[in-house]
Every structure is written in C-alpha cells, then in structure tokens.
Design a protein around this ligand. Structure first.
Ligand SMILES: Cc1ncc(COP(=O)(O)O)c(C=O)c1O
Ligand SMILES: N[C@@H](CCCC[NH3+])C(=O)O
Length: 463
C-alpha cells in the first residue's frame, strides 16, 4: 500500500458545515459490531479480516471494488429468522435484496422460502434448486410469460397485485389445467416511517389493492369466484428500512379485519396472512434494529389477539425479510484513488466504484459508515465525503465520514451493510463493469458472482 504524503485535509475542529454528520468516533480504528458482520475483526497487523481472511488478500485476489459477503453471518441471520418464527410460520427471503445461486442454496439448506419478483429472479431460484412450492411470485406488472413460467414450474403462491392480474392468472392457470394458490396484496393505508420511495402501504402508490373503499373486498370476491384460483390469504407489505413496529401492528390488525369480513360475507376463513418484509438494519452506529425474535413475538401476539377477538382461527403467518437477512452480511471494499482537500469544507475521497455499485445514497439519501480497513492509523479524524468515479456530482457513497488524516491513495476502505440493494441495484453507468461478490467462510474466499468485464459489456452491443 502506498503511503504518499498529501496536503493536509480540513480537520473536524475547523470545519462545521451544515449536514448530517455527528461528532467523530473516539477511535476511528474500532469496527463497530453493530454495522459489521459477525466474523469481522482486525488482525495483529491492524488489517480487517472477515471469515479469517484479510481484506488486503481479498483485494489482491479479486480486485476492487468487491462486495465481500460473510457466509457465516448470512446463515446465522437466516437461521435466526427461521427459529424465531418456528414451524407454524414461513419465512420467505426477499430475493430482490440480493440473489445468486449460492444464496439460494444457503436459504434452502437453512429452511427458508423465497420471494421472487421477476422472471429473472425465478430462473435463478429454480436453477439453484429451490423447490418451486417454496417460491412466491410477486410484482405489480408480471408479464403473461412470467405468470405462465411460474405456474408451469409449480410455484407455491402468486401474490396478485391488481384486478387485471386476478383474471390473467386465473386464465393462464385454467389453460394449464391447474388450480394456482394465490394471495391478494392489499394496501392497508399505513404511513410507514421511512423514505417516500420505499414506503408501500399508503394508498397513493402503485402496489397492491386498497383496503379503503372496499376494493380489496371486491378483489377477494372476484378471486373466490374463479375455479382456477385457490385463494389462500391476504398479503401486506408496508415498506422498507422500518424500525418502528407500530406500522406492522396496524397493518396486522387491518389484515385480520379483512379476514373477518371475508368470513362474514363468504363463510370462508382464509388460512394464511403474509405481513411482508421491511425491517430496518443498522447502517450507522446510531441505528437500533429489532431482533427477529422480538419481531416474531410482536407479530404473533397481535395476530393471535385480533383473531381471538374476531373468533377466527389464527392463520399461518409468513414474512418476507430481505434487507434484515442479507444487508448486514456484506461490505464493499474500495481502493482510494485520489484525495481532494477543500479548505473550510471537507476532503473528497474518490474510490474506484460509486453510484454504479451503490445507488442508495443518491436515490434515498441513505447513510452509510466507512472505515480504513487495510491498516490502522493514529492520525486525527478528517471530515470526508467518500465519492465514486462517475460523471455525476451526486455520485456519493458516504456523505459524511471521518477518516484518518493520513489517508492516502492505495488505502482500502470498507463500507459495511451493503449486502442488500447494492449489487442487486447495480448498473453499468459510464460503462463501468459491475463488481463481483466474494463469499468468505472459515478461512476460504470464493467467487459467487464474478466481475463483469468489458467483453461482457461489448457482447450486448450488437449494432
Ligand atoms: C412485497 C415485498 N416483500 C418483501 C420486501 C423486502 O423488503 P426488505 O428488504 O425491506 O425486508 C419487499 C421490498 O420492500 C417487498 O416489496
Ligand atoms: N431498494 C430499496 C428498498 C425497496 C425494497 C423493495 N420493495 C432500498 O434500497 O432500500
């Protein structure tokens, strides 16, 4: 690693721009357990290790930027959700957060089910051997081809998202001579406390069928009339990166309310409800996420209580965590390329990736943490903005960060909690090939998604 001298950057003491950042941590070398995965620590040289492997070795072997996934941590989190909900409930991992064949196999082995929301995710799940009856198909505009493929494969459920889709799925199931299990996704009218773009239970948005105005009840009426559909339940997903359980409680209450009115009108007790995903994780030391067992307890209690009051049999509950399982399991490893100290403001630290491997900061104003991981440093904290290499001034990875003032080109930075919605939302902006995903476990690092190459990009360019 080079240790070249560079002009001194602004110090936290002399620059206090308006913004999100709080005071620098007491010790910049500490890797907070809250935001780093289970097996992350520093070795005797000060280098971050994960699964027993130094970050420097990962960078040498696989290059940077690279997403580094802690398989031990992933499996532990998947298992914690499975155990918390127990045998009378189902946990569907939301594949949109991050999906690869290795991950599908881990989920299968740990006893989880899988939520997919496109033909591509379905193909990945099936090709890695997830049994079709453990797959749920989502999406607000599934194509007839996707629906046909899912029914032919024998997916366990399709979550219907519109009136057109009720008819479309019924029609294709009839053509295929089968009766498809379905749920209806409803919007319960909850304003989840999260970014507008990732809240999904208020009525003014594209997902689901509103409970308000009797639309959800009408959707149920129609689905029950169609012989090729077996309506097994109702689905609600209120949004993502949520810490406050009250939104889930209101949603559960309203979903049970609908089950009651279905029983009163049709004499049918639907056997299942799905309360979606959305549980928040720690991106910074200030975040305090709930544990799976607390979530399971809260949801089970509210559903049981509401069902007892309505004299309904308690339905089987399912949940769909994505971020809460995969988010904390991975970090992105970048190499520092340039440093630009702006007097009176901050130092811009440019890394070899950016908004093409993590769009969340630009899209949702998301906050991340960052640490120097290739060594420790006793230098004082320097206020930085970690930015990418794209032609866009909004290409920010970490808006406000304190890094040691002796940071230099060639140093490696780690941005933790990038397992969810980073690789899965990655792009080729500026024709930058997407980074690989390396899984580490017990002293072994292996590629589970390889780096894109310029040949990959050119292969699509057939003009
Ligand atoms: C229907 C559905 N289920 C589950 C999820 C997973 O959400 P999260 O990754 O926040 O747990 C999403 C995404 O928000 C979703 O739309
Ligand atoms: N992609 C979003 C969450 C949306 C979840 C899918 N409905 C994020 O990064 O936070």
């Amino acid at each position: 690693m080079s240790r070249s001298a560079h002009p001194a950057g602004p110090r936290h003491a002399d620059v206090l721009p308006e913004g999100h950042y709080s005071a620098p941590p007491a010790d910049l070398n500490v890797l907070d357990k809250k935001v780093w995965s289970e097996t992350v620590t520093r070795d005797e040289t000060g280098t971050l290790t994960v699964g027993g492997i130094p970050a420097t070795r990962i960078a040498e072997e696989f290059g940077t930027p690279v997403y580094v996934m802690d398989e031990t941590d992933f499996r532990a989190r998947a298992r914690a959700w499975r155990t918390a909900f127990g045998p009378d409930a189902d946990v569907f991992y939301a594949g949109k957060a991050f999906l690869s064949r290795a991950v599908v196999r881990w989920l299968h082995e740990e006893g989880l089910n899988l939520d997919v929301c496109s033909g591509g995710e379905l193909a990945t799940a099936l090709s890695a051997g997830m049994p079709a009856d453990r797959i749920a198909l989502h999406g607000n505009n599934k194509s007839p081809r996707e629906i046909r493929r899912a029914i032919e494969a024998g997916v366990g459920r399709i979550v219907l998202d519109s009136f057109q889709e009720i008819v479309r799925v019924a029609h294709i199931a009839r053509e295929l001579g089968t009766r498809q299990k379905v749920q209806i996704r409803i919007t319960v009218g909850v304003e989840a406390h999260t970014h507008e773009f990732i809240a999904t239970a208020h009525e003014d948005q594209k997902f689901g069928i509103p409970l308000a105005g009797g639309q959800a009840a009408e959707a149920v009426r129609r689905a029950l009339q169609l012989d090729s559909l077996e309506l097994i339940g109702v689905h609600s997903h209120i949004g993502s990166q949520i810490f406050d359980m009250s939104g889930f409680e209101v949603a559960a209450r309203r979903v049970v309310g609908l089950l009651k009115s279905i029983r009163d009108e049709h004499g049918v007790e639907l056997p299942e409800i799905d309360l979606g995903g959305g549980l928040g994780i720690a991106y910074t030391s200030d975040d305090d996420p709930r544990e799976p067992h607390e979530i399971a307890k809260a949801l089970n209690e509210i559903v049981t209580r509401e069902c007892e009051a309505a004299r309904l049999r308690t339905p089987r509950i399912s949940v769909e965590p994505g971020r809460a399982i995969v988010g904390p399991t991975a970090f992105t490893l970048y190499e520092v390329g340039t440093l630009k100290p702006l007097e009176g403001l901050r130092t811009y630290v440019s890394v070899d990736g950016g908004m093409s491997d993590n769009i969340r900061t630009a899209l949702y104003d998301a906050e991340y943490s960052v640490s120097l991981v290739s060594r420790t440093s006793d230098a004082e904290p320097m206020l930085c903005r970690v930015v990418g290499k794209h032609c866009e001034s909004g290409d920010i990875v970490v808006r406000d960060a304190f890094l040691p003032a002796d940071l230099a080109p060639g140093d490696l930075l780690g941005v933790p909690a990038t397992g969810a919605y980073c690789r899965s939302m990655a792009s080729n902006y500026n024709h930058v090939p997407r980074p690989p995903v390396v899984a580490v476990r017990d002293g072994e690092a292996r590629l589970i998604v390889r780096r894109e190459t310029e040949e990959d990009l050119l292969r699509l360019d057939v003009g």
